[in-house]
Design a protein around this ligand. Sequence first.
Ligand code: MCA
Ligand code: AMP
Length: 512
Amino acid sequence: MSDQNVFAALRAAFPADLDAPAVETDTGLVYSWRDLDRATAMIANLLVSLKLPEGARVAVQVEKSVEAMLLYLATLRAGYVYLPLNTAYRGAEIEYFLGNAQPAVVVCSASNFGWVSKIAFKTGSRHVFTLDDDRSGTLLARAAHYGDRHEPSPKKADDLAAIVYTSGTTGRSKGAMLTHGNLLSNARVLKDYWGWRSPAEGDDVLIHALPIFHVHGLFVAIHGALLNGSRMVWLGKFDPDFVIRKMSEATVFMGVPTLYVRMLAQPALNREAASHMRLFISGSAPLLLETFNEWRDRTGHTILERYGMSETIMLTSNPYHAAAGERRGGTVGFPLPGVGLRVRGDDGRELPAGEIGGIEVAGPNVFKGYWRMPEKTAEEFTADGWFRTGDVGKVDELGYVTIVGRSKDLIISGGYNVYPAEVEGYINELPGVAESALVGVPHPDFGEVGVAVVIAKPGVRLDAEHIVAKLKSQLANFKIPKRCFVVNELPRNAMGKVQKNLLREQHKQLFT
Ligand code: MCA
Ligand code: AMP
């Protein structure tokens, strides 16, 4: 089979005019396609010079920047495995990821070098570089000594390209192993399905406003633009006002629902502001029908909602072309070409249209398994090789998929996943805590947020604010409960299991 290196495929799609702009940043920097090619070659040459073993992991926790994207691309180019880490993760979280993945190279921001390098050293990484969002740091300083030509390392479809950590129901994160074949097949399907227009056909421009340490911003957005040779307008951090202004020179936007909610709060968002745009895509969390409708009323555009996972990249999408059907609010559209999707009941029976059950998927986009967790991998796949998503949904007569809930205990807050089991584990470790439950409740900005309900040990007086303050020193900020209640008991069913549905019901109006 021909080379499946994702970088090589993206490189082959660069436009003939390498001096044309490829990325323009919110700080006024312009990178040409030649800049992307040369910089990724230099970083790839640096990585190769380290004589890393085959399959070595490059773990990266840095603020968003074009150089951080170049580091991702260079890692693929050199044939190593990229491991992105959310900048919100704190010491204990990083210690777990580095201990589990044992990366050969760690890249962090200069301000975190002290503590990150200590952890990296303990977990056996011998190369720690720094990279900041102002183009400074030892990574670029070292790479500057290397040549600007590099032949991408040939890869087979099954070779690992990235490990993306995703939490599990047990509270411990699992590294989803994604191959070059997974990434490339999905990127090619989306290029076609979302009607990306090559520079010759009308020149798409993507507004890139998402973080690049998760699947949405890293793979879906970056591959989408690069595989099409399309320019990106690059934001270090989402700014609704800036995005609305840039719509006049762009055509495609991708966001989690919170980004749409925040743009709707801007008076400047109207038909005229969005008139140059071709496509608005939403995913990572459920888009409320209210947001879908309001966006259509205000801009004249119908948001295209799609559904995916770290383990599978994109699975379903509402249609782009009207001929394939309308974009239906509240649904995540059809399975993408090549993706198998079925709904099964608790008894294992495959369910007919309209019936609700567990969503299972199969296809070239589905990951290879969890890093060094063969039992977990085996648990999540069916005997006939389909992946259990943990999402609960149905498929209607026309084939539209609707997600109605999750069998996994998961809160999706502003597009980030919060696993109650993990947060509860931290709360339960605090002195004086007997037990706790974290539930997701509706929130106007983040869609859903966590609320903690805590029981004290006999004779102990707990302070809710103190609990939250303690958690802040240990966990990524988006996992911190937005409210905490100390109560005398948790509602339980006859089996003694905490009834989270009752807690959710009780607190559902806290923020609305
Ligand atoms: C920030 N905060 C949050 C969140 N983000 N709280 C809950 N949920 C969040 N998502 C809190 C911080 O803890 C802090 O609280 C305060 O908000 C300000 O923090 P800051 O970082 O300044 O917030 P922000 O810049 O306003 O960020 C909000 C955001 C961001 C832009 C919506 O969360 C974001 O970029 N979300 C996108 C996530 C994403 O890309 N997901 C894709 C996953 P305090 O002040 O109390 O400390 S990929 C995926 O899910 C699959 C594969 C898929 O289908 O795509
Ligand atoms: P993650 O594994 O962190 O990438 O999160 C994947 C989960 O996000 C999926 O299993 C779904 O529960 C959820 N998700 C992604 N896209 C959507 C969507 N459009 N609507 C509802 N849930 C979504």
